[in-house]
Design a binder for this molecule. Sequence first.
Ligand code: HEC
Ligand code: HEC
Length: 349
Amino acid sequence: MSKFLKKSTLTIGGAMLVIGVAQSAAAQQYNLGREALPEEVAAWDIDVRPDGKGLPVGSGDVYTGEEIWIDKCASCHGDFAEGSGRWPVLAGGIDTLDSERPVKTIGSYWPYLSTVYDYVNRAMPFGNAQSLTDDEVYALTAYILYSNDIVGGEFTLTNDNFLDVQMPNAGNFYPDDRVEVEMPLFSVQACMSDCKPSVEITMLAAVVDVTPEAKTDAVVEEAAAEPVAVEEVAVVEVAALDMALVAAGEGAFRKCKSCHQVGDSARNRTGPILNNIVGNPAGGVEGFRYSSPMTEAADAGLLWTSEELTAFLTDPRGYMRGTKMTFRGVRKEEDIAAIIEYLKSFEAQ
Ligand code: HEC
Ligand code: HEC
């Protein structure tokens, strides 16, 4: 049982999906349904691929195709596949792809003839899908090629010459193997064990300011919902932080942002950079001109412990007469606690 489940189970966002459990296993294990008959599998297995895989043996010529077309397709797609009313156009449009209004048709756009066969066989005529015989689909495909001037009126399409047909736009479809896209990356053998000696997380998205402001509440919820995951990946100092509080602090810090910056590219503005502030000496940011009361407090050994910061931020000018920080203070104590936690997250800078 586990052998089968391993092969066919995916976990997406915590939900378990069981995909295509082998019929025999399902029948044995769960007593649900019965094994599909070979005929039933064959009836579902109708896809035709660009390399011709899946094409049935058969043939059809343009002339026969035109008759079926007039009968079953022209009412919607027009007598010459030019489209009728607002129904899809299947012919023309050559050399329009780089124009303002590209006309994407089988002739101007589609790279593979197999898609025409597959689509018509699978889905047309609209409202009566899969009613055509294999030879009728070959004939209709031949007629669509003819309407696009890709083959002449005498042409017969068969499973043998199918791949010889050159679709005009085929050359413009090619694998994107530029080094900066994913294909080259995904084409190499994937490392499956001991791939890296250690993983070092340098910053968390919740801490770096990458979250749109309006989403702060959602971030708080997310961070609160997954404390385990956060602790698992975080480096020591960051792991000690209360991430929900950090996220809340990010929101509350908006009041301070007009004067203070934090993070890698922070600079002194009206107020000094606030990296490495919690638990550290006051007045210590290089290149910032503090007021004399701040300098004096710094000389007297003031440390920005949580308690001192709380007192300062509650009422800056009451706490320090003459400070240059012309800010009336943060009223809510929980906002201050959150701001302090947020500032702690910039300690490794
Ligand atoms: C009742 C109207 C109707 C009839 C009849 C009809 N079609 Fe269509 N055909 C459509 C519609 C609508 C679409 C687009 C469907 C979609 O995009 O989901 C379509 C799409 C197609 C396409 C793909 C076009 C594209 O550019 O994506 C092909 C090929 C096609 N039809 C061939 C045929 C053939 C061959 C017949 C006759 C056997 C036929 N259709 C009969 C309505 C019709
Ligand atoms: C209007 C601009 C302004 C705002 C808004 C402001 N500050 Fe300040 N802040 C300053 C200035 C200017 C100083 C330097 C004070 C001095 O030299 O007396 C300062 C100093 C500080 C210091 C001491 C820095 C050090 O190096 O010792 C801390 C901590 C601080 N601010 C935190 C905050 C926080 C947190 C907020 C938001 C709740 C905030 N400030 C809002 C301008 C501001």
